[in-house]
Design a protein around this ligand. Structure first.
Ligand SMILES: *[C@@H]1O[C@H](CO)[C@@H](O)[C@H](O)[C@H]1NC(C)=O
Ligand SMILES: *[C@@H]1O[C@H](CO)[C@@H](O)[C@H](O)[C@H]1NC(C)=O
Length: 95
């Protein structure tokens, strides 16, 4: 009886170790996929500018000496035809 209990405890702990192993393998796989998705990393913004009336994306890039490439990359998903007064734009940073 004591021997049977010992064996089932051994079996249970093997199952536990095995499932932890599978779980950590699945998790590292998930992290690898997540890291791949994050590759175009989120831009860092060092300075913001509040849009005033009559401001345009072009005018803002001119006054801050930004290339449109940099401006676009630090302001992802910005719709320049729908700028609104008080909208915060990133005018310095890196992407
Ligand atoms: C932008 O560049 C011009 C010419 O190089 C310079 O006179 C001006 O001070 C710069 N403006 C800013 C905000 O850096
Ligand atoms: C940008 O905004 C304009 C005006 O609201 C809209 O017509 C256009 O579809 C928008 N473009 C994108 C890519 O969301």
């Amino acid at each position: 009886m004591a021997k049977a209990n010992h064996n089932s405890a051994l079996f249970l702990s093997s199952v536990l170790v095995l499932s932890l192993l599978i779980f950590s393998m699945a998790e590292s796989r998930f992290l690898a996929v997540g890291g791949g998705l994050l590759k175009p990393r989120t831009p860092e913004c060092d300075e913001v500018f509040g849009v005033r009336s009559d401001d345009t994306c072009f005018g803002i890039t001119q006054s801050f000496n930004l290339t449109t490439t940099l401006f676009d990359s630090i302001n992802p998903n910005l719709n320049c035809t729908a700028l609104f007064v008080g909208q915060w734009l990133c005018v310095a940073g890196s992407a």
